[in-house]
Design a protein around this ligand. Sequence first.
Ligand code: GLP
Length: 260
Amino acid sequence: MNMIICKDANAVGKTTAQEIAQLITGQGKCVLGLATGSTPIPCYNELVRMHKDEGLDFSHVTTFNLDEYLGLKPTHEQSYRYFMNQHLFDGINIELCNTFVPDGVGGDPRQCAGVYEDQIRALGPIHLQILGIGNNGHIGFNEPGSSLASRTRVVTLTEQTIRDNSRFFSSMEEVPKFALTMGIGTILEAERVILLATGAGKADAVAAAIEGPLTASCPASALQLHRNPIFIIDEQAASKLERKEYYIHAQDAMASLISS
Ligand code: GLP
């Protein structure tokens, strides 16, 4: 698996933004899969900067977000639609009608999940999917125990996820107990996948995803099955990888092979 170990969270953001910029300038229609959480924020800040300072063009880009809380309106400050508008879409020249986030208030949630999966199939494939990782190894809101072939669906959040995400709400009780998420099977169909992780708190989850067994108990380990996964992580998140020295060596060796 391809690994890019960066100095810190900012470098992770910049490196990821460069990957995205390269992709969207290199082709016509482009479909990106996007993630929320604090980890991708430096990447989104850099994309907004590249748009403003360098004219990076998003007019031909379509986006699909991984997930959304059930029951939060798009105007709710903790909804993932609000997050995306605030951190990325309002700062770039993307058409809002080309940005898709699962609909957490659209009536029957199971039907909304099916509609989302159909939209991905109709407008996809997703050329590049950005992922974060939960402390428990979740990707999107695919909690431990999710089927590795799962599709977009309604999920019940674990106590740990509710606790982890309660830092964004005024109390634990306010955190929604359910969400809509792309499935692991949906994510694996993206042409490329980049998983971002920063900080020591993610070190165990990262080690389990990359070096642990392929298991539904660590949903991110499903990326071991993907044909083209890249892990862009900082030194702290990489600190529990047993083969860290090899990954750094391989990263340097590949860079010099490509430049020679
Ligand atoms: C939420 C999101 C995930 C994200 C995770 C990690 O649970 N559903 O997609 O990866 O948070 O968030 P953070 O980057 O803030 O650690």
